[in-house]
Write a protein that binds this ligand. Structure first.
Ligand code: NAP
Length: 338
């Protein structure tokens, strides 16, 4: 098979916002030798690269003047067991929500709190996805990455991935271009439900001993109620991260706004619910041109049809400025803006 490299490609069908940006160059790669070919191509040498999975967390604010690399590495295989967990090696382009569902239904639970999160398995690592009290970091063993600096594939243990709150080394430019090809997950052999989030506990309240499939259905039901389906309404899930503030700032905010929604964190800091801050500014459901703040969950920005990346970005900036003016808190985007 020869490398598929194209010029002036529309990215409309490759991003969950459905914005019609163009990439100067676009390649779909299936193995490291194709990445090598791209690295050695003199036409591409001076250009920036952007690694794209399913486009579920990317806002293309305009055309991309460089090379978009779309990873097409599939496959799911057992990889033994270690430290009370079974290991599973998964190609980076496998669908995350399909993987979670097939594992739960196939009797290999452990990811069900992360059900229905759109995107690819590789992107799940980039973003260190999290929901309902579980972060991917807790279920990740290692990743195999191709590094442009050396042209080699290297295995990084979970501790080398720099995973933080919706963050990893793969979101940062330092260290050069890295392409995730394979992800090895660790699934607990002794399964226990994780029901620390009040909404999830409420959804499962009728069951004395919920099974993995019950947790899976509960998470799916909660998400479907609150979140728009990107196939119907362009969106990338939460657009902003929940801000973390000091104890002093938290106390001050609570005095001024007694209904503030917040959660204590390790180290005496507090996490604020960004959705609550946006809603308190009266921005839930606002529409600017074809871009909007979703009416059922203010943390989600949506494309009502035909919005440009620039329009969505302008709305994101309006949200940031309004929240900063009212609460003195900066909302950092969770989505990657290109
Ligand atoms: P929610 O239940 O309305 O809660 C608002 C925020 O409070 C959440 O963002 C969550 O933070 C935090 N929270 C709730 N219960 C908590 C607890 N027991 N301990 C610590 N923090 C708590 O939130 P939601 O919007 O419906 O989302 C529910 C879950 O799905 C959250 O975990 C959220 O992160 C996840 N989710 C993620 C995306 C995405 O695109 N990344 C989209 C939708 C939902 P955390 O976000 O830190 O968990």
């Amino acid at each position: 098979m020869s490398l598929i490299l194209q010029q002036a490609v529309s990215l409309k069908s490759c991003n969950a916002f459905g914005v019609d940006a163009r990439a100067a160059w676009f390649a779909r790669i299936r193995d490291p030798s194709e990445l090598q070919q791209l690295r050695d191509d003199p036409r591409l040498r001076a250009l920036p690269w952007y690694i794209l999975g399913a486009g579920s967390n990317t806002l293309f604010a305009g055309d991309f003047p460089g090379l978009v690399v779309n990873v097409g590495v599939a496959g799911i295989a057992e990889a033994g067991a270690r430290d009370g967990a079974r290991l599973l090696r998964v190609g980076a382009s496998e669908s995350w929500p399909a993987l979670v569902e097939s594992l739960v239904r196939g009797g290999r639970p452990g990811l069900e709190n992360l059900a229905l999160i759109p995107g690819s398995v590789g992107a799940a690592v980039v973003q260190n996805i999290g929901a309902y009290g579980l972060e991917l970091a807790e279920r990740l063993h290692s990743v195999e990455v191709w590094e442009a600096a050396t042209g080699k594939v290297r295995t990084l243990g979970v501790e080398e991935c720099g995973l933080g709150y919706r963050d990893s080394i793969f979101k940062r430019a330092a260290g050069g271009i890295r392409v995730i090809l394979q992800v090895t997950l660790r699934l607990p052999i002794q399964w226990q439900p994780l029901m620390g989030y009040a909404e999830l506990a409420r959804e499962l309240a009728a069951l004395a001993h919920p099974a993995p499939i019950d947790v899976f259905h509960a998470v799916c039901a909660l998400r479907r109620r609150k979140l728009p389906d990107p196939a119907q309404l362009g969106n990338v899930g939460s657009f902003f991260k929940n801000p973390i503030v000091s104890r002093g700032q938290h106390q001050e905010l609570l005095t001024r706004h007694p209904s503030l929604v917040s959660y204590p964190m390790a180290g005496g800091r507090f996490k604020l619910a960004a959705g609550w801050l946006i809603e308190a500014c009266g921005l839930r459901g606002v529409v600017r041109g074809a871009a909007g703040v979703y009416e059922r969950q203010a943390l989600v920005l949506v494309n009502h049809g035909g919005a440009s990346g620039r329009e969505i970005l302008a709305l994101a900036r309006e949200v940031q400025e309004t929240v900063a003016a009212r609460f003195g808190v900066h909302l950092e985007p969770e989505a990657v803006i290109v």
